[in-house]
Design a protein around this ligand. Structure first.
Ligand SMILES: [Zn+2]
Length: 996
């Protein structure tokens, strides 16, 4: 008010002095209040009116700009306000006229720095020659005025984010100038007192090299070498990251069609729209706010007549067991597979010349042997590729007979029968024969054949070693600086029809042509360094993450480095202690058949390979990431396999199911059905497991039919192999002979689809099915043709809902690549509403809190499980997932996704350890135990019948207090968040204790 009413300069100055004092102390809160009262606008008006005096009062301008420098950074609209007020030009003119007046220069530059952070301002300031102005201030090393220099560099950096300005800087040859300044400071600032100045220069260079012209100018000015030479001796910690951005961008070394328009990134794409809102909080954007989408969907889209055909998958609901002995509740998966599957005959091939498994079995006495006979097709693995058809088998068999002669090689199979009751190498090969893959794989990888026995030693999460990433990036940059050192030799390439096998003793041999294998190309970069390119998912051009390949021809003790150069995720647990998995055949035949965590110097970083906009979902200028690891091999003539996570193939599942079948006792009701065929012609198994009725009395049959259902599924995402290991644990527990397993079978009918995406698993995909789509985004309207497994699984659930038998629990097992521990996602209307600003009345928020019970029990019983990582919020991006659709459309309140880490745990008994198959299988078993406790908590009658069970369980579960039930249904009006928190807490306790 005072400002508006006075024209007296001295009065205004006095007020400004006071304000400056006031805002200097008291921190940001006072400035915040000043901004909210419209202070910025008034100051900017004063700048404008003051500038009309001639000459403008220097003292007034000094005071105003000092204040604006304080206020600007706190006012999100500062850039726009200044531009609309016309203050930009005033400040710029002031600067131009006072280049030697350092006292006035500093606050003006500080204000200019804030103006420049607005993209529209940056373009307009560039046009007004501010770039050149900054170059008049910044210069070679000098101990004077370093703060002026620093602010100018920051301003310049902000201006250069605009592509127009970056181009202007290239045109005016500013790149060599910046490099010169950088070198000069590097040379003279030997005690590193002014690191921020060097960092400022690098920031400018980095922004210029965002455009292609800029990168060219940078390379032409010998920028790579200058920065490499200076940074290898300096301690600029941030440098390597910057430097990798400065590298020339290139396409991946594979023959994909690239979008030509991507190459032209210098086209002016700047839009003049305001982006001041950009920094607003995006955190909660994905949460569903449409309350109607959070309510059960009433309409039943499909008529019952249509669903009736699914009755045949629920024989147990009508079974009367009158002729119990004759009824065999089992439909064999193998028997029913069609004869056309037999086209895929597995060839056995084994040659001493190229395969290392010619072990003399001295000292390994009771291991069984596979001794291929002449004329009998040998197992092909660890050897050369042999594609199906064209009489390949015949040729190989002949070859085999010739080469082996009378001597014959001995392939020793580790005897794992005792340790791995569900594994049988011969049965595995049987299963492979009926597995259909797109590339028609004819090989079997040794780890899948031998099996995996979890090691007994602990595998710790790796400590992150400081400086590894920097070293790796330097090694990458050295390739550009010393191109003559680079071999660039392609040693494996699936894109070439007859994939070359280089066997000159100088290179490693690679292979991935087996089930779940994924490696597209391997290029030897240096003597012991290989660049690896992964296949994208079939019918898609991205999702590179899963890998599984074989390496042979290694030298013992040599320091090998592997770089997977087309990863896509922006970060990875490989940066937080996760290691890759390796399986050594030599170790296996020495009695240690197992995947072990391996690799040192592991890190994950952005590289200089461009992603085409097609492969980046329409976004331009995206890069790939490198996952690098180093290792040395311990055995000569070994065949080693590397994988992203413990492999679990579709054939392995089929083998496990056959073996589980054999565990069936007269007390167990187990049925295997084929739910449907996949696009690739593989069968999708559906299991039913429960207990046989104790007798054929009406009571028993009635109890049998009326058991609540539990519906489980897994492996919709092929790269999440951990989900299959958890499922294996669940299945083994369910088929077990323990009293707990028996009680569990008596308590529920289990319906299980253990592999929702067999085709993706077989073909080494990471995320999709053969249609190139993420099947866990198709649950809202799955197509019977494109997504048969989802369509029919959903139909089973719709059928159950239609006959009023919707499952008590639905859970889909997944793996998580970014988080540690095992945890659940569930669906809660209340918890979703809390996270948003929707106001809802209590009646709208009526919700049973039962969804929290199962994860809560798990957090008490399963060591890897963490309640803190669970979430019950419904996200928009997840509205077509199994969890949300089963919750909303089928009406299953306890509908979950259970996520298992790929890395390890940071809490509980396994804190600090990487996760292994033992822990994953245990998780699957603990899930069963938790369901049993859930049963106890949800049906009081059961309590009396299973008193013996409580003793067993009390070891696992702490006893809880009794809380009497109060009437909680009388609340009116709105709940506050605190009220709801309290309510949910008490209701959970009541819920859990009411049956005690
Ligand atoms: Zn998943």
């Amino acid at each position: 008010m005072l400002f508006c009413n006075t024209q007296d300069l001295q009065t205004i100055l006095n007020i400004l002095y006071i304000l400056n004092e006031l805002l200097t102390v008291g921190g940001g809160r006072r400035v915040g209040v000043f901004v909210s009262k419209g202070g910025t606008g008034i100051l900017l008006q004063l700048v404008l009116s003051g500038s009309k005096e001639s000459p403008p009062s220097e003292e007034l301008m000094l005071q105003l700009h000092s204040l604006l420098a304080k206020v600007g950074p706190k006012d999100r609209k500062f850039g726009v306000k200044a531009r609309l007020n016309g203050a930009l030009n005033v400040t710029v003119n002031l600067l131009k006229q006072n280049l030697q007046n350092h006292k006035l220069l500093l606050p003006c530059l500080q204000v200019l720095r804030v103006y420049s952070s607005n993209s529209v301002n940056a373009v307009s300031l560039g046009k007004n020659g501010v770039l050149e102005l900054m170059f008049k201030i910044i210069g070679p090393y000098s101990k004077k005025n370093t703060s002026l220099l620093k602010v100018s560099l920051d301003t310049l950096g902000a201006l250069l984010k605009s592509k127009t300005n970056a181009r202007r800087a290239v045109d005016r040859a500013h790149v060599p100038v910046l490099l010169y300044i950088y070198q000069d400071w590097h040379r003279n600032d030997t005690r590193h007192r002014h690191m921020l100045i060097r960092k400022g220069v690098l920031g400018c260079l980095k922004n210029i090299t965002n455009i292609k012209l800029g990168r060219k100018a940078f390379i032409d000015a010998d920028g790579m070498r200058i920065l490499y030479n200076t940074s290898t001796v300096s301690t600029v910690t941030k440098l390597p990251k910057t430097q990798s951005c400065l590298c020339p961008r290139v396409w991946l070394p594979v023959d994909d069609v690239v979008d030509e328009s991507d190459d032209n990134d210098d086209v002016e794409t700047e839009n003049d729209t305001e982006n001041e809102e950009e920094d607003k909080d995006h955190h909660n954007d994905d949460i569903e706010t449409d309350i109607n989408k959070l309510r059960p969907k009433e309409t039943h889209s499909r008529p019952f007549e249509e669903l009736k055909i699914y009755e045949r998958f629920f024989l147990e609901l009508s079974e009367d067991f009158q002729v119990m002995q004759d009824r065999h509740p089992f439909v064999s998966l193998v028997e029913s597979s069609t004869s056309k599957n037999l086209i895929n005959i597995v060839t056995f091939h084994f040659k001493t010349s190229d395969s290392p498994i010619f072990i003399d079995h001295d000292g390994c006495c009771d291991h069984s042997q596979v001794r291929p006979q002449p004329g009998q097709p040998p197992l092909l693995a660890g050897g050369v590729a042999a594609r199906q058809g064209g009489g390949a088998e015949e040729t190989l068999a002949e070859e085999w007979a010739e080469e082996e002669g009378g001597e014959g090689a001995v392939l020793e199979v580790p005897d794992t029968a005792l340790l791995l009751p569900l594994h049988d190498p011969d049965l595995y090969v049987e299963m492979v024969k009926s597995t259909r893959s797109v590339p028609q794989y004819s090989e079997v990888a040794y780890p899948d054949y031998f099996g995996h026995v979890a090691p007994t030693f602990r595998e710790h999460i790796l400590e992150r070693v400081y400086g590894v990433q920097r070293t790796k990036i330097f090694q990458d940059i050295e390739r550009l600086i010393h191109p003559n050192d680079i071999l660039d030799k392609v040693v494996y390439d699936l894109d070439i029809q007859s994939c070359p096998v280089i066997d000159d003793g100088e290179s490693l041999k690679f292979n991935s042509q087996f089930e779940s294998g994924n490696l597209r190309k391997a290029i030897q970069a240096r003597k012991f360094e290989y660049d690896l390119v992964l296949n994208s998912d079939i019918n898609s051009n991205h999702y590179h993450q899963w890998f599984y390949f074989e390496v042979s021809g290694m030298r013992v003790g040599a320091p090998y480095r592997f770089n997977i150069i087309n990863c896509e995720k922006s970060n990875s647990q490989f940066n937080y202690g996760m290691q890759v998995l390796m399986y050594s055949v030599q170790e296996a035949i020495s009695g240690r058949p197992r995947w072990v965590r391996t690799g040192t110097d592991i890190c994950y970083y952005k590289n200089h390979f461009s992603r085409s906009s097609i492969a980046a979902g329409g976004q331009k200028g995206k890069s790939y990431y490198t996952m690098t690891f180093s290792m040395t091999f311990n055995h000569k003539d070994d065949v080693c396999y590397f994988a992203y996570h413990y492999p679990y193939t579709y054939s392995t599942l089929k083998m496990h199911l056959q073996k589980l079948e054999a565990l069936r006792t007269p007390q167990i009701y187990m049925r295997q059905d084929i739910l449907c065929e996949t696009l690739g012609g593989n069968s999708c198994p559906l299991l039913t497991i429960t207990a046989m009725p104790e007798s054929t009395s009406n009571d028993q049959i009635c109890q049998f039919r009326n058991r609540p259902l539990v519906f489980l599924s897994s492996r919709v995402h092929p790269g999440e192999t951990n989900a299959s290991w958890v499922m294996k644990g669940t299945l083994e527990f369910l088929m077990g002979s323990s009293p707990l397993a028996h009680s569990l079978r008596e308590a529920y009918i289990f319906k299980i689809v253990p592999m929702l995406n067999p085709d993706g698993v077989v073909n080494g995909n990471h995320r999709c099915s053969l249609s190139g789509e993420d099947l866990n985004r198709q649950w809202q309207s799955p197509s019977p043709e494109l997504h048969p497994t989802i369509y029919h699984t959903k139909s089973l659930l719709q059928y159950l809902a239609a006959i009023q038998r919707a499952p008590l629990v639905f859970c889909d097992y997944h793996g998580h690549s970014r988080k540690k521990n095992v945890f659940m996602y569930g669906c809660s209307l209340k918890e979703t509403v809390w996270q948003t600003n929707i106001s809802a009345t209590s009646c709208e928020l009526h919700e049973d809190l039962g969804y929290r019970t199962l994860p809560k029990i798990l957090s008490q019983t399963a060591p890897a499980f963490s309640m803190a990582s669970c979430s019950f919020v419904v996200e928009r991006s997840k509205e077509a997932t199994a969890r949300v659709v089963v919750w909303r459309e089928i009406g299953v309140q306890r509908s979950y996704t259970m996520e298992s880490t790929l890395c390890g745990c940071d809490q509980g008994k396994y804190k600090g350890l990487q996760i292994g198959t033992r822990e994953l299988e245990e998780m699957g078993a603990q899930f069963c135990v938790a369901l049993l406790r859930l049963k106890r908590l949800t049906s009081p009658l059961e309590l009396r019948n299973h008193a013996h069970l409580l003793d067993v369980e009390s070891d696992l579960i702490e006893t809880r207090c009794k809380v009497s039930r109060s009437d909680t249904c009388t609340h009116q009006g709105y709940y506050s968040k605190q009220e709801l928190t309290l309510k949910i807490y008490t209701e959970t306790i009541i819920f859990e204790c009411e049956t005690n």
